[in-house]
Design a protein around this ligand. Sequence first.
Ligand code: NAD
Length: 517
Amino acid sequence: EYPRNLSVKDVCFIGAGYVGGPTAAVLALHNPAVTVEVVDRDPHRIQQWKSPHLPVHEPGLDALVRAVRKDSEEETQSASQRQQNLVFSCESARALAKADIIFMAVNTPTKMFGVGAGCATNMTAFDGAMRDVATYAKAGAIIVEKSTVPGGTADRVRKMLAASRPGVPFEVLSNPEFLAEGSAIENLTTPDRVLIGSAATPSGRQAARTLASLYTAWVPSDRILETNTWSSELAKLVANAMLAQRISSINSISAICERTGAEVDQVAKAIGLDARIGPQFLKAGLGFGGSCFRKDIASLAYLAESLGLDDVAEYWRQVNTMNERQRDRFAHKVISRFDGNLVGHKLAILGFAFKKNTGDTRESLAADVIRVLLEERPSEIAIFDPFCRADDIMRELKTVCPDVSERDVVKIHTDPYLACSQAHAILVVTDCDQFRNTPGKKPIWTHNSNFVQSCAADCTDCRAHSTRPTTEAIEWPRIAYNMVEPKWVFDGRGLLDVAELEKLGVRVDSVGRRTFH
Ligand code: NAD
């Protein structure tokens, strides 16, 4: 059992991203007596968090932030009944100086250059934020690693703080985040577990209890797990590696299915019913994208290698290799359906985000597929995604094909019917419910406040802000009617009911199934 929080008054999050923003909002909601301030060095991002159009799309996030965010003075007067203990700002020095607990929620991507490029973690943002902490944090502050960091980071941070502020007491905890984008608020509200790693000292354990007391405002005590910091840091990497490993495992089987009579969904169901295996993360598709799995596996492999465990490193790297091959296989399957030549053909891409219910385009699977397709000179590649911003799509595309804007081949649409009109092939790349054709099942409609491209942040009445039909279930009969021969639909997510779709006169090639056209 943990005591109710009595001592914590001010909490600071550094990093207003996909993790920092939603986590701070949930923490603020359940701890009304605590002021939670989220700081970021990017003023544009902070401005978005303060506006009606948040920089992150997550189901339930808009309403939550509206309920707890501290607004400007005029708005505050008219909304005094609200909690208002969540603050967004760029004023790190002030926020850090008063914080009892500081959550480090900055980005920790994979190193692109220098020693360890492609496998070690780039700690530039984390270390930069730590320098601010070392400069401004008050004595006795508890510093919490919320970012995913290499094993041993807490030890390194302790040494760094002892060197820059000798004699000043700080505690460093590891409290990795396990939320999944697209269900962040649900995951934060009902977590499977909250992991807290601390130093094995009385003050370390006391700091862990203080942090736990914030969580027990809404998380049952038996869901809080305390470990040492190394175990906690490593457990985060391993959790992602194991999830990714299941995806690569089932995708490797999907490749076998496509060359035989087996159907991967049937195989997955059969093995998932085994209680020792379970059904989760057995959906074959294009593999995993996003900013976490690949880099966390790379970080785990790097750690293994640095410990002289080359076989262990090789084992985990194979999970990433299998993942890359899966999307390559998909793109080449499309090309071979057109006899290796896409000249004169229009292809429509449904979905650009790395998964459903998010507008996050980082490490988009679609971008890699498009890169391969562009090499075969299609006349047009039309992209539609219900949640992604056009500028985010273009930015991500340029990371994999730098000259993309000059080609005038890629077009981004806000209307799925325009995107698919006169297409020779449609590729379903993201697992959005809006793309399903399951008869009798109506997907949930969501108000897409994120799909705003050019209006002012405080605008309330432009067309882009109204509920637009971009997130409705798409009407496949209308899509199929306006396609041109050979009317291929490539389902990279196993999302579509193949028999139903074929009734509309299209040919369907679905991942993990042999196609007989
Ligand atoms: P993000 O890129 O969305 O957000 C990071 C933010 O930190 C950015 O807004 C950036 O401007 C800010 N920042 C960087 N350096 C700063 C500094 N010195 N001072 C102030 N602000 C600074 O990243 P994210 O997706 O929120 O991920 C954050 C961490 O959480 C990463 O370590 C990631 O691996 C981990 N994580 C992410 C997820 C996820 O689904 N995105 C899930 C679990 C864990």
